[in-house]
Design a protein. Structure first.
Length: 241
C-alpha cells in the first residue's frame, strides 16, 4: 500500500515548484517508463499494478500497487499500469558550440504539448540541443514528457536568458515571423540558430533585432496561423541540411 506521506509527495510533484526543489519528475505508462529505464537517468521509485508490465520488472525500487492506488497518484484520467519517479538530468554548464550544429531556440513557448512535440521533432532532425527562454514551459511537465515520447530523456535542454546569449552568437540567426522571406527560398543550413516564438505573440521585441534571417511559411489557404510545433516541423524539414 502507498502510505499517506507517499501519496501526498507524489501528488505534489505535479507542481513545478516541488519538482524543482526535489530535482525529480514523474513518468507514466509502460512505453515511457521503458524508455526511462533505457536512458542513463536515475530511477528513484516505480509503482505498477499487477499485469503484463509488472511481470517483467523487478528490483528494489519497484512496488506493486492496486489499480485504485495508481489512479490516485496518476496525472491522467485513465492511468496505464505504471508510474515512475526519476531524477532530473544533471544540468550542463558547457559552453554552447554554435559552429558545428543547428540549435533550436524557443522564446516563451507556453503549451506543454507543443514543447513535447517540438522536442520529439528536433530529435528527428538531428538537433541535439534546445535552448529555451526562462519562461518557456517546464520540460518536466507530465504533458511535455508524454508528448516527447521519451526524447526528453536524451536531448539537451537549457533554460537561459536569450538576449545575452544571442548578443554573442557567432552564427546566423533564423526566426519564424509573419513577414519574413518565404521559407522555400532559403537554402538548407548546417549550422545556425532557429528561433520559434510564443504561440500567440510570436518572438518578443527584445529578441527580434538579433534575427538576421526572418523566415515565413507562406500560406496557400485562409488559415491565419500554424500550431507552433507544426511550424517548427516544417521549418526544420526545409532548413536542416
Amino acid at each position: 500500500m502507498i502510505s499517506k506521506n507517499e501519496l501526498k509527495y507524489i501528488q505534489s510533484l505535479y507542481h513545478k515548484k516541488t519538482r524543482d526543489r526535489e530535482n525529480v519528475f514523474i513518468v507514466e505508462g509502460p512505453k515511457m517508463v521503458d524508455e526511462l529505464l533505457k536512458s542513463n537517468l536515475r530511477t528513484i521509485k516505480i509503482f505498477a499494478t499487477r499485469g503484463e508490465w509488472s511481470k517483467n520488472h523487478t528490483g528494489s525500487d519497484f512496488q506493486e500497487i492496486e489499480d485504485f492506488e495508481l489512479k490516485r497518484i496518476s496525472h491522467f484520467e485513465t492511468p496505464n499500469q505504471v508510474l515512475a519517479i526519476a531524477k532530473k538530468k544533471i544540468p550542463t554548464n558547457d559552453i554552447i558550440n554554435f559552429e558545428d550544429q543547428v540549435l533550436l531556440m524557443l522564446d516563451g513557448l507556453q503549451d506543454p504539448g507543443n514543447l513535447g512535440t517540438i522536442i520529439r521533432i528536433a530529435d528527428w532532425f538531428g538537433i541535439q540541443t534546445i535552448i529555451a527562454s526562462e519562461d518557456t514551459a517546464d520540460c518536466y511537465n507530465p504533458k511535455v514528457i508524454q508528448a516527447s515520447m521519451g526524447i526528453i530523456f536524451i536531448i539537451n535542454i537549457m533554460y537561459i536568458n536569450l538576449t545575452p546569449l544571442l548578443s554573442e552568437c557567432p552564427t546566423k540567426v533564423y526566426g519564424a515571423v509573419l513577414n519574413g522571406v518565404n521559407l522555400k527560398k532559403q537554402e538548407p543550413i548546417k549550422n545556425g540558430v532557429i528561433i520559434i516564438g510564443n504561440e500567440s505573440k510570436g518572438i518578443r521585441e527584445q529578441v527580434l533585432p538579433f534575427i538576421e534571417k526572418p523566415i515565413t511559411i507562406e500560406p496557400l489557404g485562409k488559415a491565419e496561423s500554424l500550431n507552433a510545433a507544426v511550424a517548427a516541423g516544417i521549418i526544420l524539414s526545409h532548413l536542416i541540411a
